[in-house]
Design a protein around this ligand. Sequence first.
Ligand code: NAP
Length: 490
Amino acid sequence: MTTLQSIQARTGQPLGEPLAASTPGQIDDAARAAAAAFAGWSASSGSSRAALLRALAAALEAEREGLVALADEETALGPVRLSGELDRTAFQLRRFADIAERGLPFATTDDPAVAGPPPAGHPAMVRLRVPLGPVAMFSASNFPFAFSVLGGDTASALAAGCPVVVKAHSGHLLLSNRVFGLVQQVLKAQQLPAGLVGLVQGGGNDVGVQLVRHPAMAAGAFTGSTRGGAALQAEANARPRPIPFYGELGSTNPVVALPAVLAARGAELASTLAGSIALGCGQFCTSPGVIVLLNDPASDALVQQLTTALATQKPHAMLTPGMRSAFDVGVTHMLAAGAQPLLHEAGSDQAPRPFLAQVDAVDFIARPGLREEVFGPSSLVVRAASVAQALEVLQAVGGSLTVTLWGADEDSADNRALVRGATAIAGRVLFAGVPTGVAVTAAQQHGGPWPSSTQPMSTSVGDAAIERFLRPVALQDAPAWLLARNGQPC
Ligand code: NAP
């Protein structure tokens, strides 16, 4: 039997008893149980889905104290952040409950018959959407509640009518198992099949690969690194029957700060930016990893202010020992690629010190090694000679969850070009504030072009996340009894 061990993030010491890794037979059982639960759940009403999602939110809240304490031991993210994240998770579950209850998954487009020859004449058509089927869901390391067992992927998949099999993240195994225990209690209380939500776990890549390859799986939902997401997307595509794979991946989130705004508010913006770079020890997919500045005295001042502000930050322990060493490797690669260090101090075994470096736009564009995400409190200042060169920097980034434009408040040719350049590569463009923090709203778009996600047309945060798990079907000349179901699958 392969065993797994949870690790205390602050000390690197083992936490709790070893856990058993899922065997191939157990992964097969979880996938089959999800497939068996699919028929009933896909035909369920909006109110049944809402009842489950609300009960799951209430279960999380009822166990808040113990869950937050355990999450804190496993991740070192701190009780305040984790309690807020639990609130967000419950909010998401209730939001998707409302969406299901309002009937969004059952919305139809009614196109009555038109008499006469085609192309104007046509039969009666109704377009509706059906749930895809069981979803293989990969939890993120850095959001142990909001992107984990009961996170946005699970909430939106259940609201769409899809069962879920969760691949627990190795960085918070005990928490994943405890939350999964709550899920099973709620399913039992609501007399729903236990297989509606499954959980598998294991070190190495075999467990996740077997899950994505399983014939019962109809989609993948992944939050993690670009490398891991790319490998699992390749698995999804290599199946005899390929399946959609929604991967939310790593990102460098450029911030373009124009001289006029820096001249007016440079000190304040430097301190805001430093806080965002070091927030949660930089372990955010939306962390600002690239700061694009035009050559100007106000930019020179910002670099100094940012270096000073960042030096006062005290990042806490990273999520896992692996991430801690990956941070040092990433910094070393960046220096080897030619980045000039502005702030580079040795950290402790668990907690790194913030890293800041600078590079010319020409080098940034020429050297791919400078454009890689360094997961942790790290950022790279890129100095551009003109707006045109700043646009080339954005183009070189290629794809990002966010781009932030500070100082584009007037309608001008340059600002239009910057907005065009930003929207070309990002899912979300900010004109104020910092990219860390992703609001759960109707208009949210969390997902940009490669390498920030595998499906830039979809979002993993916000109401539209449900769309990923619904497939359109057109019914032609459907019988009255079927139309009377108003879009609810049989
Ligand atoms: P990761 O190493 O890619 O791991 C994510 C999950 O995938 C884990 O369950 C991992 O298994 C599994 N996995 C990774 N590679 C695999 C492979 N080749 N085959 C099968 N399974 C594989 O990601 P991470 O280091 O935990 O998270 C940090 C990254 O996530 C950063 O790049 C960050 O930017 C990104 N992130 C993105 C978002 C977003 O919304 N776009 C949000 C949060 C984080 P194990 O648990 O066994 O390692």
